[in-house]
Design a binder for this molecule. Structure first.
Ligand SMILES: Cc1cc2nc3c(=O)[nH]c(=O)nc-3n(C[C@H](O)[C@H](O)[C@H](O)COP(=O)(O)OP(=O)(O)OC[C@H]3O[C@@H](n4cnc5c(N)ncnc54)[C@H](O)[C@@H]3O)c2cc1C
Length: 325
């Protein structure tokens, strides 16, 4: 069961030999993580304020002017709306489609819709007849410019309680309890250049970002690397393969097990990543990485090895399973 999305914690990471590292994990953003370079640690409050973990507590210190709060190096988080955070609403399933092998997209009509920022997610709650409840986070894969609706793209997890229900039981016309949009850390408002790297269902929030870029900011440079097993596993096919001559977005697909005829097969490697990392470095782009825990951590490691400052990398992990790509 995922952690509640209200608590926030900061974890001081031990200094590495040459570089001290701090990881601030805001569970308000569920599994979203940024890695700071300095070793200074702050807990990120629910509103995005950075709170010192250790501070002077004596009276003399209390009378001193407060030092500036330790700056969290990643750019600001989006502050999720309070209403969206607390109010559960009954969303109606108005469409459902197979997005790709193992992925199903549910289109929900929300009676109390609030525009999300691409990268944000919803909490979905199922309640059994005996009162037992299960809640899970699902990222919005549709663009914010879709009034009254959100689309959630769900991976079928083997033995998964909620994903199994959403694949096999949920039907058009059903109602599902949701609240959101949630999470400000892994949000991208198409307002600055970015590099997006996603695996499997982790491509969902990145598709929302791509759609938003195309809809409202086609001049903002965006690179998206989508990692899937095979062409059958590629979600959002039209968006990811569309020829968009007037967009500054560039999409690349990496096929790990089988590719379209003549295409290369293999996992995302440092060599494939290198030109994207170089461009991210040269243009000071933020990098958003989303997928299974194994995928996100492997890509994060490759990015830092390629010289991308950890402070420019935002990771969102979708589960505790090893890399399934
Ligand atoms: C911020 C956030 C956004 C998310 N967005 C999405 C999304 O857009 N689409 C999506 O499909 N999922 C998303 N997830 C993951 C989702 O919340 C659930 O964890 C996932 O659907 C599994 O729930 P379940 O009830 O089906 O499985 P559970 O019954 O909780 O778990 C069953 C088994 O599968 C393992 N497991 C759990 N999660 C995963 C996983 N993701 N991959 C592989 N094995 C797993 C468990 O360890 C367990 O052994 C997101 C998670 C977070 C934190």
């Amino acid at each position: 069961m995922p952690a509640t999305d209200r608590t926030a914690e900061a974890v001081a990471a031990a200094a590495a030999a040459s570089e001290a590292t701090a990881t601030a994990t805001a569970t308000a953003d569920a599994n979203a993580t940024a890695v700071g370079e300095t070793g200074a640690v702050g807990a990120i409050g629910a509103t995005g304020a950075v709170l010192p973990v250790d501070g002077p507590s004596g009276t003399a210190a209390e009378n001193e002017p407060l030092p500036p709060l330790p700056a969290f190096a990643a750019p600001g988080r989006v502050a999720p709306s309070l209403r969206g955070r607390v109010v559960w609403q009954q969303a109606r399933v108005v469409a459902a489609r197979t997005e790709a092998a193992g992925l199903r997209t549910l289109r929900l009509a929300l009676p109390d819709w609030t525009a999300h920022v691409a990268g944000q997610h919803y909490m979905l709650r199922l309640t059994a007849a005996d009162g037992y409840t299960a809640q899970r986070h699902y990222s919005v894969s549709s663009a914010p410019s879709d009034p009254g609706h959100v689309e959630l793209t769900v991976d079928r997890v083997d033995g998964g309680e909620v994903s199994g229900f959403l694949h096999d039981v949920a039907r058009v016309g059903d109602t599902l309890e949701v609240r959101g949009p949630l999470g400000g850390f892994f949000a991208w408002a198409a307002d600055r250049p970015a590099l997006l790297i996603g695996g499997g269902s982790g491509i969902g929030p990145l598709a929302a970002m791509l759609r938003e870029q195309r809809a409202s900011a086609p001049d903002v440079p965006l690179d998206l690397i989508a990692c899937v097993r095979s062409p059958e596993h590629l979600p959002f096919h039209a968006d990811l393969t569309a020829d968009q001559p007037y967009s500054a977005a560039h999409v690349a697909v990496v096929y790990s097990r089988s590719a379209p005829p003549g295409g290369p097969v293999g996992r995302l490697t440092a060599a494939v990543l290198a030109p994207y990392a170089e461009r991210a470095l040269a243009e000071d782009r933020e990098v958003y990485v989303c997928g299974s825990t194994g995928f996100a951590e492997a890509v994060g490691t490759m990015l830092t090895a390629a010289g991308v400052p950890p402070t420019r990398i935002r990771l969102e992990r979708f589960g505790d399973a090893p890399d399934a790509r």
